[in-house]
Write a protein of this length. Sequence first.
Length: 402
Amino acid sequence: MSGNVQIMTGNSAAAQAVKLCRVQVISAYPITPQSSVTETIANWVEQGELKTEYVRVESEHSVMTVCVAASTVGARVFTSTSSHGLLYMHEQIHWAAGARLPIVICCVNRAVGAPWSIFNDQQDSIAQRDTGWIQIYCRDNQEILDTVIQAYRIAEEVYCPVMVCYDGFILSHTTMPVEIPKAEEVDAFLPPYQPHTILSPEDPHNINPVIFPWRRRDSEGVLRDGYMDIRWKLQHALELSHDVIIRTSREYGSRFGRDHGGMLWSYQSEDAEVLLAAMGSIATEATTAADLLREQGIRAGVIGIRVYRPFPKAEVRAAFRNCPAIVVFEKNISYGYEGALAADIKAALYGAGISTPIHNVVAGLGGRDVKAHELAETVHDSLAAIAAGTRERQTWLNCVSE
């Protein structure tokens, strides 16, 4: 597959993908570092290069409200946000998932206050992990473009919204080569959206009214779900999306020559005596750390978690089953406990006969630099601690924690 290769930022890659997906409604409100995604799209709309309804509103809450309304009436919709913008959407983020709307959003990961920070970590999207959205984490700009395209295919098959996450500034404003596929090839991969909600004056419906806890019959005698039954269907859809994500990734790879790994990806993991686990750009840095460790005589590999929700339980069990040590690096903290990814990996391994020592390393909060040699040094410390009998440990990299 040979497309048009351009040097571009991660935000430009996301915008290009939206254009290729022929999105019909875009709602936007600026917040650093995502603003240039929708600014780029706004320029295309103004110049007539993209035919879409571009809706400017007064807040991020209204952004997602517009997306919910537009998706409900059958439009393919998009927005992007960061940090407090995503948190301000929180009520409507829940609503979009509960209404089973195939909305796609780019979350350009940024730290949240207080205190204020415009720099990167993944606390914003991790804070939304239990809202019913599929979450996919990208490691480079090419993956951003490819994942946004895949996200619409996934969302519109399982009728669940998808959040495409990538690290602010580290990817959003860094330039690298990106291959842009041809529009007609994307059209063949991504058919027009077929909505499951239809509003018509001839067939009026009351959508998402107050609902009872139990099942009951409607005015025509049809037994309808109660609240808990609807919640179960959302959970079931997220579980079923696992296979859809893998199939979509493989088909995209066969058509466009790029398969980013489905649920997760691995690097030099086959003979690893220690595996480094991470999401997003820090996982890319971990591959360099693994190379450094191998030069030092330690067989290190990397497991990159690409899809965080639904969590790749089976793949995690298979990836870590035969490794004697795991070090999880992550740009978030579940306050009062540990990093969210470490906790989920432990939960996935529970009951599978896997008792591998797992060390959790919180790193890069608020944009603090994380260098490959520092990751490698931390792995050395963890291996020494494991050899001394320390099976669980949490450390904060490059942080005065005393």
